[in-house]
Write a protein that binds this ligand. Structure first.
Ligand code: VAH
Length: 312
């Protein structure tokens, strides 16, 4: 059986629904620190779980006979800058608990999300390589870089089958924008429908690597289903789909909503975004386990507006 920790988050919500459709709802146990929306709660077994509580995680793993864990609980970049120690403790302790359960053979396989946030201001920003300078300047990025080192260590030292992807900014409509710096690209669709205008907390030229959620879910399931020997990188794989800036996503929206207007009021998140790459080289994921992105910016805009319009 599969346990999703952080099932109410942006990725966790969609991963739970996808895996339940694929494997059957009773094969996928959803868990989070608090209950999720109605669709999630109705769709199968749910457990309230604090990802930092080892005994609670172990009890659920044993009681539900869990073999695979997707650890999706984390504090994202902008929020972690407000609460550094809470962000560090959540992101790291939850990972150690799951790695140690696998080391002790209580579970067989782990998915753990990393992020382009592992790259910092000194990293080459265009076509960022899989292996390169990594001096992350955010708590979130430091926790993801450290987490990658531990995943690779547990694989090499204890044979733990942990697999990881460096997600770009993810855009989806099933959950509201959260504490991510890239979440302007989610909020902009809600505001375009609600007010036909959006005040963006990043400046117009801030180009970031981005991906529609369906691509991210496909990549997550692909790497988890790949034969172990194909997963040659056990820190975390670069992954990419598209790159755009607020001006370009605005033009994409204006093809559907011509009167949409954007204005710019950069805040503390501008410095976070400026520390990250603009585009990512994901050739190793393509070669090792057949990764291929499907959704373009204009296709994403159509899907987002189509699925959000009845809300406004
Ligand atoms: C964030 N959405 O903004 C996350 C992600 C690359 C960005 O890690 O913090």
């Amino acid at each position: 059986r599969i346990l999703i920790i952080g099932a109410c988050g942006q990725i966790g919500t969609e991963l739970t629904i996808y895996l339940r459709n694929k494997f059957g709802k009773n094969k996928v146990i959803a868990s989070d620190i608090r209950e999720g929306d109605e669709e999630l709660m109705k769709s199968g077994p749910f457990e309230i779980l604090d990802a930092m509580d080892y005994d609670a995680v172990e009890e659920i793993v044993i009681r539900h006979e869990i073999t695979d864990v997707y650890l999706m609980a984390a504090m994202l970049s902008a929020t972690a800058e407000k609460f550094p120690m809470k962000g560090w403790n959540l992101n790291m302790n939850s990972l150690f608990h799951v790695l140690n359960l696998a080391k002790d053979k209580k579970i067989e396989k782990i998915f753990w999300p990393s992020s382009i946030a592992v790259f910092g201001p000194t990293t080459p920003k265009i076509d960022t390589p899989q292996r390169t300078i990594m001096e992350p300047s955010t708590v979130y990025g430091i926790s993801k870089q450290t987490g990658e080192r531990w995943c690779e260590y547990y694989f090499n030292r204890y044979g733990v089958d942990v697999r990881s992807i460096r997600y770009p900014g993810l855009i989806s409509y099933k959950t509201l924008p959260g504490g991510g710096t890239t979440d302007y690209a989610v909020d902009i669709y809600h505001k375009a429908l609600k007010h036909k205008k959006y005040i963006c907390f990043l400046n117009a030229e801030t180009t970031l690597p981005m991906m529609f959620m369906d691509d991210a879910i496909n990549a997550t399931v692909s790497i988890m289903e790949a034969e172990s020997e194909k997963v040659k990188i056990r820190s975390s794989y670069n992954l990419s789909a598209m790159s755009f800036n607020p001006e370009e996503i605005t033009k994409s929206i204006q093809k559907q909503i011509p009167e949409f207007k954007i204005s710019y009021e950069p805040d503390f998140r501008q410095a976070i975004a400026d520390s990250w790459p603009q585009s990512i080289d994901d050739s190793e994921a393509k070669v090792d386990w057949g990764w291929k992105s499907e959704i373009s910016l204009d296709e994403m805009t159509k899907i987002m507006l189509e699925n959000l319009k009845e809300k406004y």
